[in-house]
Design a binder for this molecule. Sequence first.
Ligand code: SAH
Ligand code: SF4
Length: 365
Amino acid sequence: MTEDKIDLIGLSLEEISETLINKGLIQSKEKFRSKQLWHWLYFRGETDFDKMTTVSKDLRKKLKDHFVIQRPKIKSHQISKDRTQKWLLELNDGNLIETVFIPEENRGTLCVSSQVGCTLNCKFCFTGTQKLVRNLTSSEIISQLLLAKDNLSDWPNGKDRKISNIVFMGMGEPLYNYENVKNAAEIMGDKEGIQLSTKRITLSTSGIVPEIIKWGNEVDSRLAISLHATNDELRNDIVPINKKFPLKDLIKACREYPRSKNSKRITFEYVMLKGVNDTAQDARKLVKLISGIPAKINLIPFNPWPNSPYECSSKEEIKKFSDIIKNAGYASPVRKTRGQDIMAACGQLKSSSIKIRKSELRANG
Ligand code: SAH
Ligand code: SF4
């Protein structure tokens, strides 16, 4: 029965060693055996103990008795006309999450979820309207990558890998699931396993200041801040967590962020909302607000969803906005909207909408 068995995915190498020793499967001088197992799990992506040929037959049998290597179930898989792919995944408890793969010319980015839904209610974000919320386990976070690699035939990890970048920009606020996201990010960057460069792992947050500081001290990755407004009044309205962590504190944390140098500049994300935050004055205020921070500003065209309360700024407004930022010396790429035809674009993920609609119907009699 799988229920009594331990899920191997999501444990650190150290934890695997400890567990194997505690269960009497290996001796403490045999830690190299857990390294071999690690190599199968995270370098080769093997899910079948019987195929782990460098592990002795005896140990393979014992591993099967005590552990499982699980992948979430694929509920649906959609491919957009621009080749963006979206997987709707069913977790063990029936909850659903989404993972998106965005292929580009010189890289492939996987956008992973950190929670089922999100407790924060940013006004422009579809995920924020989802009622069901829970944190994902480390296993559920890292499994999104493993499953996508299975599907894209991206094993073993070589130079020409299809998934080269990870962004924590799927469903949820990653810093409200700090430990599990940290464990998953560390496994993604591990030099003996998945071997992703930490420069290619980006954590995106709506601005949970104490955790930003902690993350900066503990984890090596890139940081993206969902800024979206340059004054507290507007940010309180569209990113309500700002009431708890106002701009002054957020910008201070960014200024002091230990890795905001050179190749690890902070990215400020700014969603372009027509008539809300998109004037030339807003652009100038933005430049002033972040002056001195090694940064790039990512302008995201607003992606609409059913009955969303906003419209996207016009192309001309976005160009004007971006020019002001560029003239101030910042890189200011406008993010290409990808996968919109399959609702896979930024802020459009809301996987259990169908379930909620059903229960709402029931509630309404
Ligand atoms: N919760 C984290 C990460 C997930 S959201 C965060 O807020 O940063 C990833 C990015 O998509 C964020 O910058 C978010 O503000 C943005 N976003 C949300 N809804 C959007 C929408 N409808 N259109 C464009 N971007 C959106
Ligand atoms: Fe949550 Fe991020 Fe959406 Fe805000 S933008 S509701 S923090 S997922």
